[in-house]
Design a protein around this ligand. Structure first.
Ligand code: HEM
Length: 756
């Protein structure tokens, strides 16, 4: 009965007609509490084919279906309702080992959250190589076109705690663990291609500055406060990153619509020992899209798990997130051909200068079975590499190579965290490391040292031809020095490049973000210093921001406040270089892919008496193209159409807002329109539409909805607006679909908001 119910549920989720037929049946099943994992198991099995990591995890996966409750020792429990007492009103006995075991385990359920990137969500998937990269790297998972490698990916925000909102203005982590036949390879990436600082020694300072202030622990998951901007305003090297952070890239529409960047230059090394500098890129097939900042703030209230839910639901529905994976490649001999040092992690190599060579696809196709066991306990590390991939001397990367294992020792509590199932490599580990808390591997024999004769010399070291890892033999000679290379001192050129590459509306969003953030700064001197930093990037930007903050733009003599005690501050001020590229199209989201409504959420504002035919016709068209229709009704009770079709809504107008959707359809039908304009619902429905309008979404008014339309803000606007569709017919449907695919009518933002 349960399995049957589950299949019907999935059918109903996917097919409109089935939804109607099964409505009554589903309601009953839901009330009976169908376990969703049964559906997931049935539908996800197909994605597990040939996935050695999933096979390995199965050995550690339990399923309680049909089983008896036991203690951790396997004893079957007869009464899980009452503790053991001296009398039914008497004191609890110390003897109650069942109670003690249960409570002791519970008392220790929490582990420390990650010190940064604490809030995250993850999924399993596969990386498929489309083109051999053998010419550049001997990494086996990159050598044979068609090869598939299992992966686990964890997305995250940086500053907030584990329970913070997904929609904070922040960098997003994009960490990928490739379970290759040569061991785990981790690409611990972000959705922004540069970083705040050039040297790892500044990382604790940066994180202390952005985290909640230590006296009162305010604010949570926000950079809009004194200590962050105090630090940043003294750090010109952060300015390029600040441009990205204040752009809409820092408030993605979805994890599935973000780029990923390895940030540092890494090395590929081929079987001849030749090395190439590489920068890793992931490009989402759905394009790069964002929400608007006022939306982000509101989503944080309506659905703080917005990104987590979005990722989970997309995978459950089979709309698997996908990215093209590629690299920018620079031969060793061209290392010094650029107007910046590409060991400097505050710089990009513009794609116009070195194009991204795509060599495969990353697909996420399976949700974890257990958040804690998989997403929380996974341990990434930029130092987990395989033969054919190596590091560079980027001083930020070098510090990271120390940090991750060190922090994981305290987060996961023992040096054996590599044995946690999600962290295990799919090839077997053989070495002489032994013991420690929670050791699971049972190593046979007397020998735990090398060289040995008793164990026949095993485990043997591997020759390079057999896959043994040898570090790239980079020539190094130098004087021990605690200093930064002069080639790192240009701090504003690429900040300018980013700002100048933005479209007009993107520039405006960036300005507003800066105004929001700096308005929250309580110390005027910090605001002033910060706008004066902006002056080095763009004078108009600085003036605009300053004019809203009541401070003046000053000429900073020594903008760099990050100076060693014995250094000459003048010698460490930014020196601008003439950039090769003044504008890079790849930096603007305005130029991203806009051709699909796949997985876009469309709210149908539906009420009693709707027009059955047009609702079902549009619903089918949208669903055929991968759109996700959700019904928003006046109340959370079934709604009936003119011809008797009945739907159970997904939301009531009070439990959601248009910020949680990509587009809005006000359904056809005189009766339903009358229903919506009743005093109890009118404000709700108008707010819903007006807000979608302000945020430049596609809005489609069905037939006979004038009574609603006439009261919206749209009614008073007289400009051309391709994304407000008033004529309901075939071309109206098509126009609506095209408008959704284009993401937002951002170019009309000013007109829609009545501004000049
Ligand atoms: C010196 C600079 C940095 C240091 C010291 C550092 C340190 C850390 C630490 C301690 C964690 C928590 C790890 C854990 O508990 O498992 C972490 C997580 C992370 N870091 Fe960094 N980080 C640095 C720079 C960066 C940069 C430049 C990037 C992006 C390229 C980055 C991406 C990430 C990501 C994605 C995670 C989350 C991994 C996960 O999902 O578990 N970090 N970092």
């Amino acid at each position: 009965m349960y399995v049957m119910g589950s299949i019907l549920h999935v059918l109903a989720e996917h097919f409109y007609s089935a939804k109607i037929l099964l409505y009554t049946y589903l309601t009953e099943i839901f009330q009976a509490g169908v376990p969703l994992n049964i559906i997931t198991n049935i539908f996800m099995k197909k994605n597990n084919v040939n996935n050695p990591k999933v096979d390995q995890l199965q050995q550690y996966t339990t399923d309680n279906s049909g089983e008896k409750l036991t203690t951790n020792q396997g004893l079957k429990i007869n009464n899980n309702q009452d503790s053991l007492k001296s009398d039914d009103r008497g004191a609890t006995l110390l003897e109650d080992f069942i109670l003690r075991e249960k409570i002791t385990h519970f008392d220790h359920e929490r582990i420390p959250e990650r010190i940064v990137h604490a809030r995250g969500s993850g999924a399993h998937g596969v990386f498929r190589l489309s083109k051999s990269m053998e010419k550049y790297t001997k990494a086996k998972f990159l050598s044979e076109a068609g090869k598939e490698t299992p992966v686990f990916v964890r997305f995250s925000t940086v500053a907030g705690s584990r329970g913070s909102t997904d929609l904070a203005r922040d960098v997003r982590g994009f960490a990928i663990k490739f379970y290759t036949e040569e061991g785990n390879y981790d690409l611990v990436a972000n959705n922004i291609p540069v970083f705040f600082i050039q040297d790892a020694i500044k990382f604790p300072d940066l994180v202390h500055a952005v985290k909640p202030e230590p006296d009162h622990e305010i604010p949570q998951a926000s950079s809009a406060h004194d200590t962050f901007w105090d630090f940043i305003s003294l750090m010109p090297e952060s300015m390029h990153m600040i441009m990205w952070l204040m752009s809409d890239r820092a408030i993605p529409r979805s994890y599935r619509m973000m780029e990923g960047f390895g940030v540092h230059s890494f090395r590929f090394v081929n079987s001849e020992g030749a090395a190439f500098f590489v920068k890793f890129h992931l490009k989402p097939k759905l394009g790069v899209h964002s929400v608007a900042w006022p939306e982000a703030q509101k989503i944080s209230g309506f659905d703080p798990d917005f990104h987590r839910r979005d990722l989970w639901e997309a995978i459950e529905k089979g709309t698997f997130p996908e990215w093209d994976f590629g690299v920018q490649i620079v031969p060793e001999e061209n290392e010094f051909d650029f107007d910046f040092d590409f060991l400097d992690p505050t710089k990009i190599i513009p794609e116009e200068v070195v194009p991204v060579e795509i060599f495969g696809t990353l697909t996420l196709n399976r949700n974890p079975d257990n958040f804690f066991a998989e997403t929380e306990q996974i341990a990434f590390h930029p130092g987990h590499i395989v033969p054919g991939i190596d590091f560079t001397n980027d001083p930020l990367l070098q510090g990271r190579l120390f940090s991750y294992t060190d922090t994981q020792l305290s987060r996961l509590g023992s040096p054996n965290f590599h044995e946690i199932p999600i962290n295990r490599s799919i090839n077997t580990v053989h070495n002489n490391q032994r013991d420690g808390h929670m050791r699971q591997q049972i190593a046979k024999g007397k020998v735990s040292y090398e060289p040995n004769s008793i164990g026949g010399g095993c485990p043997f070291q591997a020759m390079m031809k057999d896959g043994g890892f040898a570090s790239y033999g980079e020539k190094i000679s130098g004087t021990k020095i605690r200093a930064r290379s002069e080639s790192f001192v240009d701090h504003y050129s690429q900040a300018k490049l980013f700002y100048n590459s933005q479209s007009e509306y993107e520039k405006e969003h960036l300005q507003k973000a800066l105004i929001f953030e700096l308005t929250k700064v309580t110390i005027p001197a910090i605001r002033e210093r910060m706008v004066s930093q902006l002056n080095f990037i763009d004078k108009e930007l600085a003036q605009k921001v300053a004019s809203k903050l009541g401070v003046e733009v000053k000429i900073l003599e020594k903008p760099n406040g990050s100076i060693p005690a014995d250094a000459d501050p003048q010698s460490l001020q930014s020196e601008e270089r003439e950039p090769e590229t003044k504008v890079s199209e790849a930096l603007s989201m305005a130029n991203t892919i806009k051709d699909s409504i796949k997985s876009r959420k469309i709210a149908f504002l539906i009420a009693e008496g709707f027009d059955d035919e047009s609702v079902s016709s549009l619903m089918n068209k949208l669903e055929e193209q991968g759109g996700v229709v959700e019904l928003v009704a006046p109340e959370m009770i079934p709604v009936k159409g003119e011809n008797g079709t009945t739907f159970m809504p997904h939301h009531s107008i009070t439990s959601t807002a248009s910020v949680c959707f990509d587009a809005v359809y006000v359904v056809s039908g005189e009766n339903s329109t009358h229903h919506w304009v009743q005093p109890d619902y009118k404000n709700g429905v108008l707010d819903f539409i007006n807000e979608a309008y302000r945020h430049c979404k596609a809005i489609y008014f069905g037939n006979h909805t004038e009574l609603i339309y006439d009261h919206t803000d749209i009614y008073t606007k007289k400009h051309e607006d391709y994304a407000v569709i008033l004529e309901e017919n075939n071309s109206g449907d098509q126009n609506f679909i095209s408008a959704i695919a284009s993401h937002r009518a951002w170019k009309l933002e000013k007109q829609r908001n009545g501004m000049k």
